[in-house]
Design a binder for this molecule. Structure first.
Ligand code: ADP
Ligand code: MG
Length: 703
């Protein structure tokens, strides 16, 4: 196979570049070698393939090319605001005005009445008359007398490059130069031939030519389609290789049987019937863990879909096979709640469960560390405290991570190292992400989706109210509280200033207090500046119904479970993102009573904020909301995916090219499953391509 390639030639060797421009190209655009220039794609094309008769110019046209004779030249205005106006006539019988405000003396010298010119520029109409300001203009000659036979590309550039003569269009000359020296075999095809044919994709070399210098817009579209597909396909091949090779090579502990722990719990203590989604996921986990390779499964379940019980059943399965399990949650409060709900569920079962967090007292901590080492503690629930080095297990078989967006890849990896054979990993998230995003950002994981809520849930009723309607909102909340319910008031974290957030919250607290006076009403307050014990205490008082109202910042966001709380008031809700609003709303609607979410806003809202609030009022479905969120914000902004590198597509978009992504995914899966080592002759080019482009993309780091 090929080892050196002209495309890896440093950019300074390209004719017309030289050391100074090369330096700028590197710094400004990251163009180091020929290949980088080839992958610097135009953002639009200028059509000089047609010359339009002046009489046919109309308001719909943007850039136009005309040709004709100059019939008049005038310099108008005074010294400070001089302009030159020339009149060009063609044989359609009409004229167009050409105007210059700068470089007038040069134009005067070079433009002469009676000569023929080719003119290109952005068309305006002034008093109904066609006009081009600062047109490109050249004398008609042998070369330009007939129109160009390709569209001229315009590239993204920077001010510094422009100053050095590399404008968006001048960059095109470099690309043209480059394309004139590379041959079709230099651009190695990386999609197997059969797939190219099946999907009617342009060969790679042709696609590169046509994306830069297409003859028609249709040809450009065809090239774009091919190169977008390539991006998605290559990414999916990589992800599937990682996944399948890990399946094949990773050792994993084997959960070979379903035993007494699982069965006893299932038959005697399961407090409800599982939903079909829960059953399906448990089957998937069961299958994954029985095969001797490490499970790496992402479980996406909307808030309230019942992930806890799935986690517990998986832990019981581990116990049946003689292994310990841990659950890691991102906050103390959540760890505490998990511990309590699991302890309750397990109260008649002969298993030991413990809670380990940063605030676990020394003696208790000692007891736990010993218990874990001796395997007298089977389940451990905790925060980050669990991944500390001092925590050693006798035989950890399953690690469950709740709300994974807060935990990075490295933290996952630290869990693996706690056992000689890496434990199975189940990552649970209540922030649904769209399927397309899951396929790209988490494409190396197996994932399960729980898109079904337990039966009998009443959807939360969501309404929007503005500041002027506050009194009415408070009256409503009061009525509900007087019926025995509880309410949350949530204030936004103001990112720029912790102090401002705090003041906001305090003000809110005073306001709520004035509507809900003590001693009849009791209020808890939780925020990020409190010491953990105080947070805990306030939370606990709310959980125990000692307080009816919880005033809080978004620390409350994840997972907290108080079924009697039926009102969620979100202050300044225009400041929250969609997924965060959905998360917050998920704190209510957990019991049998009808719940309400009230989105308060000021009177000024951006169009996007309005859209977010509208979506919230329309749907309770986290997957629908995630899809909208992706459309509104774009993939780069979705929490937890920024660093993934999986989304650095230059051309493809997981929002706009969903269908293509599905096709690429399928094709990649099929290919990898049939030839995981890429030994088949038809996959050799692809293999070579993957190897030589690995170092640049950072894909090597993801696992
Ligand atoms: P989440 O997925 O948000 O973590 P939880 O596991 O906290 O959801 O479950 C939410 C609530 O639903 C809990 O009170 C739980 O007991 C209950 N629940 C879970 N599964 C079922 C089910 N199959 N039928 C009825 N209630 C269920
Ligand atoms: Mg949960």
């Amino acid at each position: 196979m090929q080892t050196t390639n002209i495309l890896q030639t440093p950019i300074e060797y390209l004719k017309g570049v030289g050391p100074i421009k090369a330096d700028l190209l590197k710094k400004e655009l990251g163009i180091f070698v020929y290949e980088d220039l080839l992958n610097h794609f135009p953002y639009r094309h200028i059509d000089k393939t047609v010359i339009t008769p002046i009489s046919s110019l109309n308001y719909q046209m943007e850039y136009v090319q005309v040709t004709g004779k100059i019939i008049d030249v005038d310099v108008l205005g005074d010294k400070r605001a001089k302009r030159m106006v020339a009149e060009l006539a063609d044989n359609s019988g009409a004229t167009i005005e050409l105007t210059w405000f700068q470089g007038i003396s040069w134009i005067q010298k070079n433009i002469h009445v009676g000569n023929s010119y080719l003119v290109f520029g952005r068309l305006n109409f002034f008093n109904g008359k066609p006009q081009i300001v600062h047109p490109e203009i050249e004398v008609v000659n042998q070369l330009n007398v007939s129109p160009k036979n390709y569209l001229e590309p315009v590239y993204p550039t920077t001010e510094k490059l422009k100053a050095r003569g590399l404008s968006g269009r001048q960059l095109g000359l470099l690309t043209q130069q480059l394309l004139s020296i590379i041959k079709s075999e230099d651009i190695v095809e990386n999609i197997p031939l059969s797939l190219l044919q099946q999907l009617k994709l342009l060969p790679r070399y042709e696609a590169y030519r046509a994306i830069h210098f297409p003859e028609t817009l249709a040809q450009y579209e065809t090239a774009l389609r091919r190169l977008k597909f390539e991006e998605l396909f290559i990414a999916q091949v990589r992800l599937n290789l990682i996944k399948l090779r890990r399946h094949k090579s990773s050792r994993g502990v084997v959960f070979s049987k379903v035993g007494e722990y699982f069965n006893t719990f299932y038959n005697e203590y399961l407090p409800f019937q599982l939903t079909n989604a829960q059953k399906r996921v448990i089957k998937e986990i069961r299958k994954d863990t029985a095969q001797g390779h490490q499970m790496n499964r992402l479980l996406q379940g909307d808030v309230g879909s019942g992930k806890t019980i799935v986690a517990l059943l998986a832990m019981l399965l581990a116990a049946d096979n003689g292994f310990q399990s841990c659950i890691m949650a991102p906050t103390e409060i959540l760890a505490q709640q998990h511990f309590e709900s699991l302890s309750t569920l397990l109260k008649n079962m002969p298993v030991e469960i413990a809670l380990l967090t940063g605030s676990t007292k020394t003696a208790e901590r000692k007891r736990i560390l010993k218990g874990l080492q001796e395997d007298t503690i089977h389940f451990i629930v905790g925060t980050h405290a669990i991944i500390e080095d001092a925590v050693q297990f006798k035989n950890l078989g399953l690690a469950i991570i709740d709300e994974q967006h807060r935990f990075g890849v490295e933290q996952r990896a630290r869990l693996w190292k706690k056992a000689t054979v890496p434990p199975h990993i189940l990552v649970m998230t209540a922030t649904p992400i769209p399927r397309t995003l899951a396929m790209t950002a988490y494409g190396d994981l197996d994932y399960s989706i729980m898109d079904e809520l337990p039966p009998g849930r009443q959807p939360v009723i969501t309404v929007h109210r503005n500041e002027m309607q506050r009194a009415g909102v408070m009256d409503f909340v009061k009525k509900e509280i007087d019926k025995g319910r509880q309410a949350y008031f949530i204030y936004p974290l103001i990112e720029e200033s912790e102090k401002l957030s705090y003041e906001d919250l305090m003000q809110g607290y005073e306001q709520v207090k004035s509507f809900f006076p003590e001693p009849k009403y009791q209020i808890s307050m939780v925020h990020g500046k409190q010491p953990p014990e105080q947070k805990e205490l306030n939370m606990q008082r709310f959980v125990n119904h000692d307080t009816q109202i919880m005033v809080s910042t978004t620390v409350i966001e994840v997972g907290v479970n108080v079924p009697n709380a039926t009102i969620m008031v979100i202050e300044s809700s225009e400041k929250f993102g969609l997924s965060q609003l959905h998360q917050l709303r998920g704190r209510v609607g957990r019991g049998s009573e009808q719940s309400f979410c009230i989105l308060l806003t000021g009177s000024k809202r951006s169009a996007e904020a309005k859209e977010r609030i509208k979506i919230m009022c329309e749907t309770n479905n986290g997957f629908v909301i995630a899809e909208k969120d992706l459309e509104l914000r774009g993939p780069g902004e979705i929490e937890g995916t920024r660093q993934s590198g999986a989304l650095n597509f230059k051309l493809a978009s997981i929002v706009n090219d969903k269908q293509m992504l599905e096709v690429a995914r399928k094709a990649a899966e099929t290919l990898v499953e049939s030839d995981i080592e890429l030994v088949l002759p038809e996959n050799q080019n692809l293999k070579w391509f993957l190897q030589q482009s690995k170092s640049k993309t950072g894909w090597g780091k993801i696992s």
